[in-house]
Write a protein that binds this ligand. Structure first.
Ligand code: NAG
Ligand code: NAG
Ligand code: NAG
Length: 970
């Protein structure tokens, strides 16, 4: 676009959307790392460079930027250290804004790794930015109601590479747009805003959208983004104007395009970052086809796990009161999974298929409390007393990482526990607000030019160490100084204090240095001598009672402080110490309690070659390959949601996990918690995940049936141990093929157990959300949030079905969007058709009885009601059964010992010459089973409703079966 067309364009757009003109003047568009201010020729937006705003980091030219947009030619890289780097943006308190940060990294230079780091909005964790595609522009948008007259956006906590940013944008919104009932406590993080039927891959933004939201094109192709598209989906568009006069005002251009399910179904699947979560979901719909008089477009939404949402019938033109008019159905608070899979299906009486113009999904992000207001006031007051030499950091004083001259507690809201401003050329008085910093433990102000009297410090009951030496402080030493309950050391030498020294300071209980204060003197000596002369006895009594009351007071205050901490839910020892005190915990608790040991971050960095070889990504974080100095190969898992507050929790959980040992559980070797990272170190499993072996590429060696059975047996034993061998029992919550790992001998071990509990701590505001993976999630748990071991059993049933069929748990290619492996397998197995679910590469190589045995137990596992599902122990036995049958040795022995008298009508002849006995309740069995097989007989047959037995095809699949050919029946 040349300058001329820009000149023409701008007035046209201003006509269409008059509000845009005044809006745009309030836009703040920062080109981070940019060299100059300029106007973008594509959008007409004015960009400013951050060179005058951001003094940290360095501008870097982006190698091979994707596209020619000026803002993506350069980025700003920040140092890799423990600090945070913040931009501060002015806002109007209580006005709503869209805040957007974007990241395009460009090509990697030699030896670089892609960066992964975190961004924060004030004290609230916004996102983990994890670059994996150099040319993609990663966009993070947050919709906020400004909590004060400025916000800060901070980059920090890199796990790999260095933090960076490409652009930072602030867009004020109008009046009630994006208002929610929860905005006092939650920001809205945009997870997806999609323009369907988009004309090109470019996002639609300003000037088409006067608020400059990004409407991402549905033509973009990337992993797990808008896949599972139903056949018959067509793109349509119109040039007619669309009435959009409602709340959220999607741009006309977005509404002018849509997709239509010409075969009656529209379906999509996409991953939602940071989900499961509570979300705000909008669909933007407008009828943009001219329907005939006898035509209608009516459809329903189908969500496999949410029956409730399927009832409403949408008829866009009717709902919107006419064609070419916006209708925006919405859910203001709905729980969505990480994998969002939805479909719209036309109703029977509709002549046209469903239509979708755009949609928008945001999740609620709880606003984390900023540092205590009074503490913040003090540190900002210090900034006024400082000459240039105190580098005032931007952002919150404590979160996510404290300013370098502060230490903070880990309680919420954070409190400042240490101020270290030694030799910083401070001038003026010590801020009187200091009196409110109840949690302050250390105050270092020595070597400055501070003047004036001491502020009131009588409330600072936690104060331990005070350095005020080498200043120009004046006035008397207040008497309460001698009775501050925690005070251990007070240094005031080389000042100009005057008057009497409070006697408490001279008691010898604390270190007190007051040299170089000519105006100070000890208590009145004459008086002292007189008393001494009169009665040593009286003095003794007096001083004893004085010390006694001091001790009493001390204890009382301490108790009070302790209570305060307890009320805040922190157990004394850990809550009252700053973060650095964790070394104590490391050495203490853990080493005694388990075998997992603390591994320093530096050691892990070395072992993993700076986290260069990523071998997996689970729901709790990325996993890297590493080799320790002693040659041990390890898998290093960096927990994604490592907030600064969960350290204590983390350490106790690790202690718990490290005590769990079982042959079929992946052993935890060690852990690390440093620089706000939580890292777990596991034994490395050479053969990767079971998922890779069943569903992976053809290069992986095929698992034969016996190998699959062994893996199933191992995994079931591991889970059984978690359920019955641990106290309290552990529910895995995320059993799936990618959490079953194979060691060098192809024996299976279950991984990721116990982590759900860790994760939940970080998600307290949505703790009622069912965790787990779509396709494996127990529907009963999903419905009523009652978590039991039987939820794991359900998931394990799905794993068994995958082993049987070689198919994935969810796959719209295999079963359609609304089906999953359970529905699919159940319908076939009920028909007695186990052959159709069998993995094609097993056909002909498997004994059908062993297959049946597994199919049967799998079906029991995925029973709707947890109570009807077997326990893991029973599953282990069933699988062992199947193994024996498959091996074919012991089984035949057992069969020859069977003596059964039965009614002939209970024999059903199966397809391949196998006969089955049904009607288990009327069977008269006199069986003598060999020892090895005794459990077959002793296991009560599952509690089935009568319906099961009455229908022959079902009985066929589920009743007790014997191979007639080799059995002797009387
Ligand atoms: C860019 O614009 C900003 C804001 O208008 C201004 O403060 C700054 O001085 C400008 N910088 C340059 C290099 O012109
Ligand atoms: C609109 O639809 C027509 C006909 O299907 C197509 O040729 C045209 O490229 C579409 N225009 C846009 C902007 O998508
Ligand atoms: C609708 O009416 C038109 C003409 O009146 C007719 O050609 C068409 O078949 C009708 N369509 C349906 C679905 O009834």
């Amino acid at each position: 676009m040349d300058l001329f067309s820009l000149f023409v364009l701008v007035p046209i757009f201003s006509l269409v959307t008059p509000s845009a003109v005044c809006q745009v003047q309030e836009f703040v568009s920062i080109d981070c790392g940019g060299t100059s201010n300029y106007t973008d020729i594509h959008t007409g937006l004015a960009w400013i460079t951050d060179s005058g705003i951001m003094s940290h980091g360095s501008p870097v030219r982006v190698e091979n930027p994707n596209g020619n947009k000026a803002q993506y030619q350069r980025r700003r890289d920040f140092p890799v250290d423990s600090k945070k780097y913040c931009y501060t943006l002015s806002t109007q308190e209580r006005r709503r804004y869209l805040v957007r940060a974007t990241f395009q990294y460009g090509s990697l230079e030699n030896g670089d790794t892609y960066p992964q780091f975190q961004i924060y909005l004030d004290a609230t964790k916004w996102a983990t930015v994890s670059i994996s595609d150099a040319s993609r522009v990663y966009v993070e948008e947050m919709i906020i109601r400004a909590p004060s007259n400025s916000i800060s956006v901070c980059m920090c906590c890199a796990t790999t590479g260095s933090p960076f940013i490409s652009t930072l944008e602030l867009r004020p919104l109008n009046l009630s747009m994006y208002a929610t009932d929860y905005e006092d406590n939650f920001f809205l993080k945009v997870a997806a805003r999609i323009n369907f039927g988009a004309p090109s891959e470019d996002a639609i933004r300003y000037p088409d959208d006067p608020y400059d939201r990004f409407w991402e094109s549905d033509l973009i192709r990337r992993q797990n983004y808008l896949v599972g598209v139903a056949p018959g989906t067509e793109r349509i568009n119109t040039t007619k104007n669309i009435g959009i006069g409602t709340k959220e005002c999607p741009p006309v251009k977005v509404m002018q395009t849509a997709v239509v399910g010409t075969k009656g179904v529209l379906s999509y699947r996409l991953n939602l970052e940071d989900f499961p979560a509570n979300a705000r979901a909008f669909a933007y719909l407008a009828e943009i086809e001219d329907l005939g008089k006898n035509e209608t477009r009516k459809f329903k939404m189908q969500q496999p796990y949410m029956a409730d949402y399927s009832n409403a019938v949408v008829n866009i033109a009717e709902n919107a009161n006419g064609s070419y008019t916006l209708y925006e159905p919405s859910y203001m608070n709905v729980t969505l999974e990480f994998v969002l899979s939805f479909s719209f299906v036309k109703t029977r009486d509709s002549t046209r298929g469903p239509l979708l113009n755009a949609m928008e999904i945001s999740n609620y992000v709880q606003i984390a409390p900023k540092t205590d207001k009074q503490d913040s006031a003090v540190v900002s007051a210090f900034s006024f007393t400082s000459a240039q030499s105190v580098e005032m950091n931007e952002g919150d004083p404590c979160v996510p990482t404290p300013w370098e001259w502060l230490k903070c507690s880990s309680i919420l809201p954070p409190r400042i526990t240490k101020i270290n401003l030694s030799r910083r050329n401070l001038k003026g008085e010590i801020p009187p607000e200091l009196t409110n910093m109840e949690e302050l433990m250390e105050l270092w102000l020595d070597g400055n030019s501070l003047t004036g009297p001491l502020p009131d410090m009588s409330n600072l009951v936690n104060l331990k160490i005070v350095h005020l030496e080498n200043n120009k402080l004046t006035g008397p030493l207040p008497s309460y100084l001698g009775s501050l309950p925690s005070l251990q050391a007070l240094f005031i030498q080389n000042n100009s204090f005057i008057g009497e020294i409070p006697s408490g300071l001279l008691s010898g209980k604390l270190i007190f240095n007051y040299d170089g204060n000519p105006g100070l003197h000890k208590g009145n000596k004459k008086h002292f001598k007189l008393i001494m002369g009169i009665s040593i006895g009286v003095l003794a009594v007096l001083s004893i009672s004085f010390f006694a009351s001091l001790v009493l007071l001390h204890n009382l205050r301490r108790k009070k402080a302790q209570q305060k901490l307890d009320e805040k839910g922190i157990s004394g020892c850990i809550g009252s110490k700053p973060l650095t005190a964790y070394s104590l915990v490391r050495g203490g608790n853990l080493m005694n309690e388990g075998t997992a040991y603390y591994i320093a971050l530096s050691e892990l960095k070395e072992a993993t070659n700076d986290f260069s070889k990523k071998i997996g990504k689970g729901s709790f974080g990325s996993v890297y390959y590493g080799k320790m100095r002693d040659g041990k190969e390890v898998a290093v898992k960096i927990m994604t949601d490592s907030s600064s507050h969960g350290n204590h929790q983390f350490v106790t959980e690790v202690a718990l996990l490290s005590r769990i040992h079982h042959r079929n559980l992946v052993p935890l070797i060690g852990y690390c918690e440093e620089e706000y990272q939580h890292i777990l170190v596991y034994e490395y499993m050479h053969n990767g995940t079971l998922r890779d072996h069943i569903h992976g590429s053809a290069t992986k060696k095929h698992l034969d049936w016996l190998a699959r059975l062994r893996i199933a047996e191992d995994a079931a034993k591991g889970l059984d141990y978690l359920h019955t061998g641990c106290i309290p029992s552990i529910i895995h919550r995320d059993v799936k093929t990618s959490n079953i790992l194979l060691d060098i001998n192809m024996r299976a071990k279950v991984s990721d157990f116990g982590l759900s509990r860790l994760a939940e701590e970080d998600l307290t505001h949505i703790s009622s959300v069912a965790r787990g993976t779509v396709g494996y999630l127990d529907p009963e748990y999903y419905a009523n949030q009652q978590l039991t071991e039987k939820s794991d059993v359900y998931s394990f049933g799905v794993v068994l079905l995958e082993l049987l069929s070689g198919k994935k748990a969810v796959s719209s290619e295999d079963y359609g969007a609304e089906m999953n492996i359970v529905h699919w397998a159940r319908s076939l197995i009920r028909k007695g058709d186990v052959m159709s679910i069998m993995d094609p590469c097993l056909v002909g190589k498997v004994k059908s009885e062993s297959m049946w045995r597994v199919a049967e137990i799998a079906m029991q596992c995925v029973e709707q009601h947890g109570a009807c599902r077997p326990r893991m122990q029973e599953i282990v036995l069933a699988i062992q059964d199947a193994i024996k049958i498959e091996k074919g040795t012991e089984n035949t022995k057992a069969q020859t010992l069977l003596q059964i008298r039965l009614v002939s009508s209970h024999i059903i002849i199966g397809k391949n010459g196998t006969a089955f006995l049904s009607g288990i309740y009327s069977l008269a069995i006199r069986a003598k089973l060999s020892q090895a097989n005794s459990h077959i007989q002793s296991r009560p047959y599952p509690h089935r409703s009568k319906g099961w037995v009455e229908e022959p095809s079902i009985a066929y699949s589920s009743a007790f079966r014997l191979r007639l050919g080799s059995s002797r029946l009387n």
